[in-house]
Write a protein that binds this ligand. Structure first.
Ligand code: HAS
Length: 577
């Protein structure tokens, strides 16, 4: 393997397998010697902290959403929040955009630096964090002063204050700066390692950012080209359909920008943390190439019910949606095999005995195993969404938040939480505080997700609407009563789970025992690969895969734009402030 490898045995015990969360256990016998300059370590640490600070605000508003389905309003708890939609906007923007982007910028920068065994560009790291903080502050000012209650999808003609759009633009710029940093790191690594395979952990991180940077062009055109000038009064009106189309061009690949950092952990870290090995280096690269090439041309599956888009274009993108389902299916089998490998390494022979044998007592692992379990149902519900005729039944109902709380709200979030259980100790040089509480935390949150999703999914099948203040609704259907109760109970448990996480996090930062020895980032070895000759070498040819991605985007979107343009800037704004 060309990557700087850790010399742990592939049959590492659970304690050895995790980078240092068990007090007093030397978890990496022979650290690689990888270190980051203190200022870079601090920037990454703050990226992680700011992500979780955003989460703390986001989950508070989440409790309000969940309880409202049970007929309880706690809106008055939030001083200054006048409407349900202000709270829902904060919930979506803080959790889905600020938290995920900030965490991912820090986590994948660190993963890339570790895989290349070299620091990144310190100035770019700081610039990315600076853009993110400035953007989050600007958007927050607009949201908390009642000038942006347009939800995280900000569909026009709903209009927010320019500060909201400028803030979101800066948050996206922070990810582009990170892409540049990773690309520069790849270039300088290649200069010294000509002909070598890109280390897997860096490969997956770079593919993630490459995919996202390509995908974010849609939203950049929407926000910078239209929404900012429109909110400044420089355009006569806005074109809602064109804006929705540009939004979803980015909006669906956005979900993979949330998911892929979790996959980076599942593929390149979890096998080692559980005491096993990753099955196949090449399969992992194929999975990321599939995401890079097919994540973008699928946005119309969010617009199946929108008029103005031909059925044939919707059909093309429905097909691409089923294609982008495949890399996640492959992931399910591949990760399951790695976990079984870990269980078998402990001498387990029975068919399913390897499952309880996994290190469930290790919070960094158990949170991620629970994340995977929630994703099984999250993925299946995605298949329903993607099926055109079934989508007509569930669109705009609570089924959809049921789906995405089992994907981004748990598969992704619980993975970030699990990663934080080794990453924060790594970045602070302190042991994890409250280990048992941390294990319980994952379970409380996951059980909460399953109960809430049960409510949202079954309510959705009965037509319970999403994005609606149900506590004040006069038209409640009796069939929504029980689903609403499930939603309220599940959401409350998720909130308690999130609070438990913050207690562990703060406990670690302020009271964690200082570490005396260096530990390393968990880094997986593979059963098969990386190949050193043959067709698999082409997998490292990023320019080729970008070209394929662009061809697919052209097939999926150009006929629509050719037919539709120029923009119809006729809709007047609805500001609400
Ligand atoms: Fe989705 C709507 C289709 C995945 C998020 N999605 C949304 C929205 C969000 C979202 C936020 O086709 C709402 C947007 C809005 O506000 O309107 N989605 C899909 C499909 C997939 C999918 C086909 N979605 C995601 C992911 C998300 C996410 C991932 C966030 C991270 N989604 C849709 C569609 C809509 C939609 C339509 C529009 C609905 C509408 O009408 O509004 C697929 O990519 C899913 C593939 C997943 C799998 C599961 C693989 C399972 C794995 C776990 C393995 C488990 C192991 C367990 C190994 C095939 C990898 C082992 C553990 C042991 C203990 C043994």
């Amino acid at each position: 393997m060309s990557a700087p490898s850790i010399t742990l045995s592939p049959r590492a015990t659970p304690a050895e397998g995790l980078a240092g969360t068990r007090p007093g256990t030397p978890v990496v016998a022979h650290p690689s010697g990888f270190t980051l300059p203190d200022d870079q370590r601090a920037v990454i640490r703050w990226s992680i902290y700011i992500g979780f600070m955003a989460l703390s605000v986001g989950v508070l508003n989440g409790l309000d959403q969940a309880l409202s389905y049970a007929g309880i309003s706690i809106l008055s708890w939030f001083p200054g929040m006048k409407t349900y939609y202000e709270g829902l906007t904060v919930h979506g923007v803080f959790n889905a955009l600020v938290m995920t982007f900030s965490f991912t910028n820090g986590f994948l920068s660190l993963a890339t630096a570790r895989a290349f065994n070299r620091p990144l560009h310190g100035g770019l790291l700081k610039a990315a964090l600076g853009c993110l903080v400035a953007g989050a502050l600007s958007a927050s000012w607009a949201m908390f002063t009642g000038r942006a209650s347009v939800l995280y999808t900000f569909y026009p003609p709903l209009q927010a204050h320019p500060a909201f759009y400028i803030g979101l633009a800066l948050i996206v710029v922070s990810t582009w700066v990170t892409t540049l940093n990773l690309a520069l790191a790849l270039r300088s690594w290649r200069r010294e390692h000509s002909g070598e395979r890109i280390p897997l952990m860096a490969y997956t991180a770079i593919a993630t950012y490459g995919m996202w940077t390509l995908a974010s062009i849609g939203i950049a055109i929407e926000v910078v080209g239209f929404l900012i000038p429109w909110s400044l009064g420089l355009l006569p009106g806005i074109d809602p359909l064109l804006m929705r189309t540009l939004f979803w061009l980015t909006g669906h690949p956005l979900v993979y920008f949330w998911l892929l950092p979790a996959y980076v952990s599942w593929y390149t870290m979890i096998p080692r943390m559980t005491g096993g090995r990753l099955m196949s280096d090449s399969l992992t690269r194929i999975v990321f190439v599939m995401f890079l090439t097919t994540s973008v041309p699928v946005g119309f599956h969010h617009q199946f019910t929108d008029p103005g888009i031909s059925q044939s274009m919707k059909a093309v993108q429905a097909v691409f949606t089923f294609v982008v389902f495949v890399p996640s299916l492959a992931t399910a089998f591949s990760i399951m095999a790695s976990l079984e490998n870990a269980g078998r390494n402990r001498g387990i022979k029975s068919l399913f005995g390897w499952i309880p044998a996994l290190p469930w007592g290790d919070p960094a692992v158990s949170a991620q195993l629970l994340a995977m379990l929630t994703f099984v149902l999250g993925g299946i519900t995605g298949l329903v969404n993607a099926s055109y005729s079934m989508n007509q039944v569930i669109h705009n109902t609570t089924w959809v938040p049921g789906h995405f709380h089992m994907t981004v709200g748990s598969a992704v979030l619980l993975t970030f939480v699990g990663v934080a259980y080794w990453l924060v100790p790594y970045l602070t040089n302190r042991e994890l505080w409250g280990r048992k509480l941390a294990v319980a935390q994952g379970w409380v949150y996951a059980i909460g997700v399953f109960i809430m999703a049960r409510g949202l999914i079954s309510g959705g099948l009965e037509g319970m609407p999403r994005r609606t203040f149900m506590a004040g609704a006069t038209y409640r259907n009796p069939a929504w009563h029980l689903p609403g109760i499930y939603t309220g109970i599940g959401g409350t448990l998720m909130f308690i789970g999130a609070l438990m996480f913050f207690v562990v996090l703060l406990g670690t930062i302020f009271f964690g025992t200082r570490r005396t020895e260096q530990v390393d980032i968990p880094f997986t070895e593979t059963v098969s690969g990386p190949a050193t000759s043959g067709w698999e070498l082409k997998l490292d040819n990023f320019p080729l895969w970008f070209a394929v991605a662009i061809v697919f985007i052209i097939i999926a979107y150009v006929p629509f734009f050719v037919h539709y343009l120029p923009p119809h800037l006729t809709s007047l704004p609805f500001t609400g402030y």
